[in-house]
Design a protein around this ligand. Structure first.
Ligand code: 13P
Length: 255
């Protein structure tokens, strides 16, 4: 991170949680936050819990985000949730293009770009996830894959949209596997992403927060967050226990 960007530590709860457990988790996070005032903190629960979690965190500085959004505005799209609805229940952020959505639910680069646009149109901050598979890394395609994923969104929205967005680099091989990218591996990709944006607009590139995601934990967070282009974390497993999540928030606060 540099002085011009704040750290953002975001919990992606994925398909986990229920009311009582969410309350315990949020209470724990809120109780431990005082020591980390300079770090932005975000929780992204499943859709059914957004309103109740909003009730738990809205008087604090913990922000609320969703894990997915429809690219459509409203109407006959059974099972879908619009960006305006997310805004209405208290969200300020939404994750788009998580690799689990891309691989398990077939989301394309163009669809992810449309979701990114829909989020911005509703005044939500999109967190655009990008990342390569192990196969792609081994084939030396990491930079090409990331470039393609970013270019699809830049083409659809223009570079200025990234002034109101967050990017998360999540190598697919590091998600939920316990395999974590080394700080140098992650920094190389973060630097590549910032370079792609800088080619279009240097100011936007310098301001955008780029998070790392993939088996980030309290004991590896400092090394990753200490790299110049890593501005926070998108946390899966370690966001489900307040002590584990706070350990990452505290690592960010200590840098
Ligand atoms: P893990 O932290 O469980 O590896 O998940 C990362 C992730 O996918 C966050 O979006």
């Amino acid at each position: 991170m540099t002085d011009m960007r704040r750290f953002l530590v975001a919990g992606n709860w994925k398909m986990n949680g229920y009311e009582a457990r969410n309350r315990e988790l949020c209470d724990g996070i809120l109780a431990g936050l005082a020591a980390a005032e300079d770090v932005d903190v975000l929780v992204c629960p499943p859709y059914p819990f957004l309103a109740s979690v909003n009730g738990l965190v809205r008087d604090s500085r913990v922000r609320l985000g969703a894990q997915n959004v429809s690219e459509h505005e409203s109407g006959a799209y059974t099972g879908e949730v619009s960006a305006a609805m997310l805004k209405d229940v208290g969200c300020t952020y939404v994750i788009v293009g998580h690799s689990e959505r891309r691989t398990l639910f077939g989301e394309t680069d163009d669809q992810v770009a449309a979701k990114f646009r829909a989020a911005l149109d509703a005044d939500l901050t999109p967190i655009l996830c990008v990342g390569e598979t192990l196969e792609e890394r081994e084939a030396m395609e990491t930079e090409a894959v990331i470039s393609r994923q970013i270019a699809a969104v830049v083409a659809a929205t223009g570079i200025d949209a990234f002034a109101s967005a967050v990017i998360a680099y999540e190598p697919v091989w590091a998600i939920g596997t316990g395999l974590v990218a080394t700080p140098e591996q992650a920094q190389d990709v973060h630097n590549h992403i910032r370079g792609l944006l800088a080619a279009e607009n240097a100011d936007v590139a310098a301001g955008v927060q780029i998070l790392y995601g993939g088996s980030m934990k309290g004991d590896n967070a400092s090394g990753l967050l200490g790299m110049p282009d890593i501005d926070g974390g998108l946390i899966g497993g370690a966001s489900l226990k307040s002590a584990d999540f706070l350990a990452i928030v505290e690592a960010a606060a200590g840098l």
